[in-house]
Ligand binder design. Structure first.
Ligand code: SIN
Ligand code: CO
Length: 376
């Protein structure tokens, strides 16, 4: 497993003492960067329509927040300070960003959301706010002053285009320098202000609300329930109140609806699909030429495979899920595919036909690539 960026703490210690409990500052959490973007690289990403980006400005006491994609000229019109550009899901486009996320593999991937990168000149900030996320805020270049608060008052400024706390009562503050990282549990109030231009790389872990999950689960159930029968009342008695809904009408229908059932396996299947589902702007490019199974097996033997940077692959005891679908694959192939989900790659080797069939199905959809042909 890649080395967790937790300083002197072990993952066990971090999870027991800090995760979802209290903030933690880790100095020099990440020492080596194989990719150090310039502002121009972020501007390029923020110009793409398959990349989610935002530009936050604070001018004369007024917050504004625009959604990308942005033309490069938009950035030339910005002032010297007081703005922040934020680019979501950088891990979908940059192998190093994806590799950095693997260093958080001590947390199940089903909890992981993305790596967002923000850039701000000195003075730039997105204001005091809270997130519904567990987040690791990694400083890359420059310096940023973070102030945080455990306050329960999470009242937001009405009508602001982004979440800004009405009142912010900071309790602690730190200046983060290159490589330092701050962990914050969900709903912890915070504000970062750039002291020197630089970036914040946010590794976010999603914590969905019960309401969001309930709605999505009902959508899932709607597509799969099969209820038998039709309303019947052969014992109907004469009514004196034709406008009233009879009690036994309600009871019979309640009995019919009781046929909507689910168990742990239903929930498991729902969440495997739901948490591996790609976001709406994510697309996969399959190869132009499809090899036959034998030729593909030979290539895998020579090269191995690697998941596309945008692929989410999860599994449980019963199924394997990839990008919102469950894979139709023989149980004998499961251990190899579990390895693929855990390591995001399989080394060159001769794999059995059941594995090759599953890999080929994913290859055709652009969910994985032969290793030397890593996408983007
Ligand atoms: C930022 O990148 O400046 C904001 C990140 C956050 O506060 O969540
Ligand atoms: Co935040």
């Amino acid at each position: 497993m890649p080395n967790p960026p937790l300083g002197n703490l072990t993952p066990d210690e971090f999870l027991a003492k800090y995760w979802q409990k209290k903030p933690l500052l880790i100095r020099n959490a990440v020492a080596q960067f194989d990719w150090l973007p310039e502002l121009a690289d972020l501007i390029e990403l923020a110009g793409r329509d398959d990349v989610e980006s935002r530009l936050v400005e604070y001018k004369r006491g007024v917050w504004s927040c625009d959604a990308g994609p942005f033309r490069p000229a938009r950035f030339r019109r910005l002032g010297e300070s007081d703005w922040t550009v934020l680019v979501q899901n950088v891990n979908h486009h940059v192998p190093f960003a994806n590799a950095l996320l693997q260093r958080f593999n001590f947390i199940p991937q089903v909890r992981l959301d993305d790596l967002m990168i923000s850039y701000a000149p000195a003075g730039g900030s997105v204001g005091p706010h809270f997130d519904s996320y567990d987040v690791f805020l990694l400083q890359v270049g420059g310096k940023k002053r973070w102030r945080i608060s455990s306050q329960n008052d999470l009242q937001l400024v009405a009508d602001a285009p982004l979440k800004i706390l009405e009142r912010f009562e900071p309790e602690e503050e730190w200046v983060l320098e290159h490589g330092d990282m701050l962990y914050l549990p969900p709903k912890f109030a915070h504000e970062g202000v750039a002291l020197e231009s630089g970036m914040t790389w946010s590794v976010g872990f999603r914590a969905p609300t019960a309401q969001e999950l309930g709605g999505a689960f009902l959508d899932f159930l709607r597509d799969r329930i099969e209820l038998d029968g039709i309303y019947a009342d052969p014992d109907l008695a004469v009514t004196q109140e034709p406008g009233r809904v009879p009690a036994d009408f309600t009871q019979r229908i309640q009995a019919m609806l009781a046929g909507i059932r689910w168990d742990e396996d239903t929930v498991r299947e729902f969440l495997g699909g739901y948490f591996s589902e790609p976001k709406s702007h994510v697309f996969y490019d399959g190869p132009d030429d499809l090899p036959n199974e034998k030729a593909f097996a030979r290539s895998v033997e020579k090269q191995g495979v690697v998941l596309d940077l945008k692929t989410v692959m999860l599994y449980d005891d019963a199924r394997i899920y990839i990008n919102g679908d469950s894979l139709d694959v023989e149980p004998a192939a499961h251990p190899t595919l579990h390895r693929l989900a855990n390591e995001r790659a399989l080394p060159p080797a001769k794999y059995p036909t059941n594995v090759i069939k599953a890999l080929l199905a994913c290859y055709e959809c652009g969910y994985l690539h032969l290793t030397e042909k890593q996408a983007e």
